[in-house]
Design a protein around this ligand. Structure first.
Ligand code: PLP
Length: 396
C-alpha cells in the first residue's frame, strides 16, 4: 500500500507527461518527422559551448576531491558570491553569498521554501493558469493552494481579486513571470499594485505574506518586454531561479534561491531553508554543476531561435483563424480552443499528429498550451496539419 498522500499525487499525475508519452507512441508508428510534439518545455536550443568548456576546464584544473565532495548545504561560497555579484550588477541589489542557497533546479527551491514556511492549513495563492506542480509542492507540506484566476484575454493577475483572496492564513503568494503556460510577461504596473495589496494586507492582518518569484524563464523574453525584479518592489520577496531553461540544462538540476536580508525573520528562514535541503534528501545542489554555472554566469541561450519560432507559429496560427495570446516570454503559446472542451480539441489535434497540452492541466479550460521549444523545421512542417485542424474545428 502506498501512503494516502501519494494516492492523491498519483491520481493527479501530470497530463503534460502523459501527452509527451503519447507523442513518443505516435512517433514510433508514424515516424518522428511526422509527429508535431508541442507538449514538453524541454529546451531544444543546445547549452552554450561555454558550458562544456567549463566542465572540461574544471575537471582538468580543479581539485577533484573538492569538485566532487560535500560542501556547505547551501552551496559553495565562491559560487554563491559570483551569483550574488552578477545579480547586483544586473538589478542594483546588494546580495551576498549569505542570501543565496544553491538548489536542485527551481522545483527543489520551491519545495525548500514551502517546507520552510508552511504549517498545515496555511494558504498559498497562485494566479491561474499556473504550473500545476505547484499543487503538489504545496500539499506536500499540508498547505492549501488557492487559485486566483487571471482574466482573459490579457492573462495578467488582478490585484483586486488577490486582495479578496487573502486571509489570515495566507502565508505566500507565488508569481511566475514570464509565465508558463501563457507566455505573458506581467508588467511593472501590475507588480506595483500587487505589492501595494500585500503591504496593506500585512498591516491589516498583522501577518507576513511572502511573495515567491518563480523565475525559470527570466532570460527568455522577446521584443521589448521587461521582467520586473520583484525584491525591488516588495520587501518580503524570495526568488527561485533555475538554469534549466536559461542555459538549457534541465537534466542537470541546478538553480538557486535568493533570500534577501530585508525579509521578515531572515536569519531564521535562511537557516531553516538550509536544513530543509537535507530533510528533503538532496543535501546540496550538484557540486560540479554549481562550479559550472558560476563560470558561465554571463552566458546566454540563443533567445533569437525561440523568437523566430514564436513569430512563425503565432503568425501561422492567427493566419489560420485561431485566437492566440501573443507570447512575450518563455517558450509557450497559449491558444483559445474553438470548442469549449479543450480536451476534445487535443484529441482532434492528435488525429493530425499534433500534440498539445490541455489548459485544464494548468487550471484553465478552453485553452491549450503549445510549447514551441522545438526545431524550426518542426513548426514549418506542421503547417499542413494545423490547416486541416483549422478546417475541421473553426466555424466558417
Ligand atoms: N516553475 C515553472 C513555472 C516551470 O515551468 C518549471 C519547469 O518547467 C519549474 C518551475 C521547474 O523547473 P526546474 O527544472 O528548474 O526544476
Amino acid at each position: 500500500m502506498i501512503s494516502n498522500k501519494m494516492v492523491g499525487f498519483v491520481q493527479n499525475n501530470s497530463a503534460i507527461r502523459a501527452m509527451f508519452e503519447e507523442g513518443k507512441r505516435l512517433a514510433s508508428i508514424y515516424g518522428k518527422e511526422n509527429v508535431y510534439d508541442f507538449s514538453l518545455g524541454n529546451p531544444n536550443v543546445p547549452a552554450p559551448d561555454a558550458v562544456a568548456d567549463a566542465i572540461r576546464d574544471i575537471l582538468a584544473n580543479e581539485d577533484s576531491l573538492m569538485v566532487h565532495g560535500y560542501m556547505s548545504n547551501v552551496g559553495y561560497e565562491d559560487v554563491r558570491t559570483t551569483i550574488a555579484e552578477s545579480l547586483n550588477k544586473r538589478f542594483g541589489t546588494s546580495f551576498t553569498m549569505k542570501n543565496l542557497i544553491m538548489t536542485v533546479g527551481a522545483a527543489s527551491g520551491l519545495n525548500v521554501i514551502f517546507k520552510t514556511l508552511l504549517n498545515p492549513g496555511d494558504e498559498v495563492i497562485a494566479f491561474s493558469p499556473y504550473f500545476v506542480e505547484y499543487n503538489a509542492y504545496v500539499t506536500n507540506y499540508d498547505g492549501i493552494l488557492k487559485e486566483v484566476p487571471c482574466k482573459a484575454p490579457e492573462f495578467v493577475p488582478d490585484p483586486k481579486q488577490l486582495e479578496a483572496a487573502i486571509t489570515k492564513k495566507t502565508r505566500a503568494v507565488i508569481i511566475n513571470n514570464p509565465n508558463n503556460p501563457t507566455g505573458v510577461v506581467y508588467p511593472v504596473s501590475v507588480i506595483e499594485e500587487i505589492a501595494k495589496v500585500l503591504e496593506a494586507k500585512q498591516k491589516e492582518l498583522g501577518t507576513d505574506i511572502y511573495l515567491i518569484s518563480d523565475e525559470p524563464y527570466r532570460e527568455l523574453v522577446y521584443a521589448d518586454a521587461v521582467v520586473p525584479y520583484l525584491p525591488k518592489y516588495y520587501r518580503n520577496t524570495i526568488v527561485g531561479y533555475s538554469f534549466s531553461k536559461s542555459l538549457s540544462l534541465p537534466g542537470e538540476r541546478i538553480g538557486y534561491l535568493v533570500i534577501p536580508s530585508e525579509i521578515s525573520d531572515f536569519e531564521q528562514i535562511y537557516s531553516a531553508a538550509a536544513i530543509a535541503t537535507r530533510i528533503l534528501g538532496y543535501v546540496n545542489a550538484p557540486s560540479l554543476m554549481q562550479r559550472v554555472v558560476a563560470k558561465v554566469i554571463e552566458e546566454k541561450t540563443d533567445v533569437a531561435y525561440y523568437d523566430r519560432n514564436r513569430k512563425t507559429l503565432y503568425e501561422m496560427l492567427t493566419g489560420l483563424g485561431f485566437d492566440c495570446v501573443k507570447p512575450e516570454g518563455a517558450f509557450y503559446l497559449w491558444m483559445k480552443t474553438p470548442m469549449e472542451d479543450e480536451k476534445e480539441f487535443c484529441d482532434m489535434a492528435k488525429e493530425y499528429h499534433i500534440i498539445l497540452v490541455p489548459g485544464s492541466s494548468f487550471k484553465c479550460s478552453g485553452y491549450v498550451r503549445i510549447a514551441y521549444c522545438v526545431s524550426h523545421e518542426t513548426i514549418l512542417r506542421s503547417e499542413e496539419a494545423w490547416k486541416q485542424l483549422a478546417e475541421k474545428t473553426l466555424k466558417k
